[in-house]
Design a protein around this ligand. Structure first.
Ligand SMILES: *Cc1c(COP(=O)(O)O)cnc(C)c1O
Length: 398
């Protein structure tokens, strides 16, 4: 549901000819994060995966609630350091360059997720050369069944299947001798991020599996676990914005795991589920027209600004913000009570934001406000395609 705050701002932007636009509701984000933090056991660290959306006002709002930020590149590392210098950083990602490892060591970040044997060797060499110390987590690619999805659609499983992310269990064994002769690297424990789109029960099942594996591995190898990271991937249901990830249930389940594995500090690092709901992308309807029995609304915007529905193949949820602006003497194109496909202005049939969606009324000059555009939206989109101007950005803080 679109709030009055967001709807009014979008109507003002339409009036001021300042569309297309991204509008972020920082009040909603602040409230939601406070609820999520309150639902989690105090012993569980909450990090935010910056790649979901690292806009400075978003990070500044999140900084009030999270324990740190997970970054996945040297660019994100520099950006997050400059934007929230006080927050601890965890650095992950499957392809870190030597320069990025140097930057992580120079910045004195909290912890680095090692994704391969080669990366561990390189990190050890760079740390030795720079005479700098760093904590590491070994990222493992474990095979753990996640069970059936409940409503939020199928989970995207990355663990237990061939992937460039993390170490197979037998590769983890190869890391220990390397760590043994690398005094500047401190092994903290294990990192896992094995799936996305997980409902709370699925995530808990996966987390229990990770902890069971990690504690057995640590005991076998006489490693003291001072951290196990359980990843992100909490589900976001674009088909049903009201079907939210159940943070209370998840928090209660994590509390059980904390009890079951005393003395093993836990961390989670969600991205999408934290910021998706706070963002809106609004674009004006240029034209409403029939085509071979279907109706299309063509927007002054598109997937070059909000690639999420094209990337995931879903229908982006939306609200229509009606306007009375129609400066022309001819009739205003309109449709009543029928399904419409909302497309952008790009010359490709893939520029679809939502397909065959029922609307009561839609006219040229109205505005479509796409919900759930706060994560993996603008920052994953192909902005340069067709050289349309960028949207404007607005951050509402009450
Ligand atoms: C992308 C990513 C996350 C966040 O995933 P979401 O699905 O946005 O919650 C967390 N950890 C790692 C290692 C990632 O690559």
């Amino acid at each position: 549901m679109i709030s009055h705050l967001v709807r009014n701002r979008i109507a003002e932007l339409a009036q001021a000819d300042d569309l297309p636009a991204y509008v972020f509701d920082l009040v909603q984000l602040d409230t939601q994060l406070a609820e999520i933090r309150a639902a989690l056991p105090a012993a569980v660290q909450l990090y935010y995966a910056a790649k979901a959306n690292a806009a400075p006002p978003i990070l500044a709002t999140l900084a009030r609630h999270v324990d740190g930020i997970e970054v996945a590149s040297g660019g994100e590392l520099a950006h997050v350091r400059a934007t929230c210098p006080e927050l601890p950083i965890a650095f992950g990602g499957p392809g870190k360059t030597e320069g990025e490892l140097e930057a992580a060591l120079a910045a004195g970040i909290g912890v680095l997720h090692v994704e391969s044997v080669q990366e561990l060797r390189l990190l050890a060499a760079v740390a030795e050369r720079m005479d700098a110390e760093i904590d590491v987590l070994l990222r493992v690619n474990l095979s753990i069944p996640v069970g059936e999805a409940s409503g939020a659609g199928p989970a995207l499983v990355m663990g237990g299947v061939p992937s460039p992310f993390g170490l197979d269990p037998d590769q983890v064994e190869l890391c220990l001798p390397i760590l043994g002769s690398a005094p500047r690297l401190r092994l903290r424990g294990v990192h896992a991020h094995l799936a996305s789109g997980l409902a709370a029960d699925q995530h808990l099942a996966l987390s229990a599996g990770v902890l069971s594996w990690a504690t057995r591995w640590a005991r076998r190898n006489r490693v003291e676990l001072t951290e196990v990271t359980l990843g992100g991937g909490m589900s976001v249901d674009y088909a049903d914005p009201e079907n939210r990830f159940d943070w209370r249930h998840f928090g209660a389940g994590l509390a059980d795991l904390v009890e079951q594995y005393p003395g093993v500090p836990l961390r989670i690092e969600p991205g999408r589920a934290l910021t998706a709901y706070a963002g809106w992308y609004a674009a004006e309807v240029l034209d409403v027209r029939p085509s071979h029995g279907s109706w299309f609304a063509v927007l002054a915007g598109g997937t070059h600004h909000l690639r999420t529905p094209a990337a995931r193949g879903h229908d982006q949820p939306f609200s229509v913000v009606r306007t009375e602006r129609w400066p022309h003497p001819w009739p205003r194109p309109e449709l009543l009570d029928r399904p419409v496909t909302l497309v952008g202005a790009l010359c490709t049939p893939r520029d679809v934001l939502a397909r065959d969606q029922p609307v009561e009324r839609l006219r040229s000059g109205d505005v479509v406000a796409f919900a759930m555009a706060g994560a993996y939206g603008w920052n994953i989109s192909h902005h340069e395609f067709l050289m349309h101007p960028p949207p404007s950005f607005h951050y509402l803080d009450g």
